[in-house]
Design a protein around this ligand. Structure first.
Ligand SMILES: C[S@@+](CC[C@H](N)C(=O)[O-])C[C@H]1O[C@@H](n2cnc3c(N)ncnc32)[C@H](O)[C@@H]1O
Length: 282
């Protein structure tokens, strides 16, 4: 039996959403942000998302480790950019639902004056972002743009109102570009945003990769269930996103192996089917 077909009846439509927002939410199909939140151990998901999360775990148990390692990568990478690279502006495209240690918390814990702009097109992410992600330190700024990654020009023009595009910006595409299934379009989106930011800016990306057959097959089940398709590309394809940029060591690696912290060294970090990298725009 296909576990993705076993969707429970929707029984938890939240009462506190505005009718306008509730009308935009699909409760009957699993959703990327909510299922990812479920896999990371969060609380913001509905029955269809939990069923999809369970289907993932059943077919591909490593998914939970991948989700948690992806968040640890985000934390280490934002800390590196704020502390070692001196970055004070972050554009986090494909934000996801708030979970432990979001980009603004990590950046502002190192440099309270950091400005963080989140971008997502999911109505539930939007509702949470308004409440949780727009809190700001006295010095810093955290803001939210409701936009689709397929419209990079809108993202850039809205972000220009919030960030100073004469100063370096860390542009983060974290677990989002797999939803852009066309390769050419993916490259054009990244290029449009990176062309808008100055020299000294950074590009950061991680995505689930086609390094495991079980993972790829599970993603096929996910798409068949009516969820937004996610294509797992190869590590080499991910590497090509950084062409022409100065790669930060150790390059394109499983996210778990990108600069593991001192307390993690000693044990070899697990291999995960998600590769990521950080690079500087020359
Ligand atoms: C797998 S989650 C990753 C969340 C977070 N970046 C992380 O790494 O934990 C993918 C995110 O991309 C967002 N997303 C998917 N398609 C999108 C689109 N077309 N435009 C903007 N955001 C999108 C989803 O709403 C979700 O928040």
């Amino acid at each position: 039996m296909d576990p993705f077909r076993e969707f429970p009846v929707v029984d938890e439509i939240p009462q506190d959403l505005s009718p306008e927002l509730a009308a935009k939410i699909r409760f009957d199909v699993p959703n990327s942000a909510r299922t990812w939140n479920y896999l990371m151990g969060g609380k913001d998901h509905y029955p269809a998302d939990r069923a999809a999360g369970e289907a993932f775990v059943e077919r591909y148990p490593e998914m939970v480790v991948m989700a948690k390692q992806a968040r640890q990568f985000l934390i280490r990478m934002v800390r590196f950019l704020a502390r070692d690279a001196g970055i004070r502006q972050f554009l986090d495209i494909g934000t996801g639902l708030p979970t432990m240690q979001n980009t603004h918390e990590v950046a502002q814990s190192v440099a309270p004056e950091s400005k963080v702009v989140y971008v997502d097109n999911d109505p539930v992410v939007l509702a949470h972002a308004r409440a949780l992600l727009t809190n700001t330190t006295p010095e810093g700024v955290t803001a939210y743009i409701d936009a689709d990654v397929h419209d990079p020009d809108l993202i850039v023009s809205d972000a220009r109102n919030l960030l100073n595009f004469n100063q370096p910006v860390a542009v983060m595409f974290m677990g989002l570009l797999g939803h852009v299934v066309d390769d050419e379009e993916m490259h054009s989106i990244v290029a449009r945003v990176m062309d808008a930011v100055p020299s000294g800016s950074y590009l950061v990306n991680y995505e689930g990769t086609n390094t495991s057959r079980a993972y790829v097959e599970t993603l096929e089940g996910w798409a068949k269930a009516g969820a937004a398709p996610y294509v797992a590309r190869s590590p080499e394809q991910i590497g090509r996103l950084f062409d022409g940029m100065e790669m930060v060591d150790p390059g394109v690696v499983p996210v778990s192996r990108w600069r593991p912290e001192a307390h993690e060294v000693g044990a070899v970090p697990p291999f995960v089917d998600a590769f990521g990298a950080v690079a500087r725009k020359p």
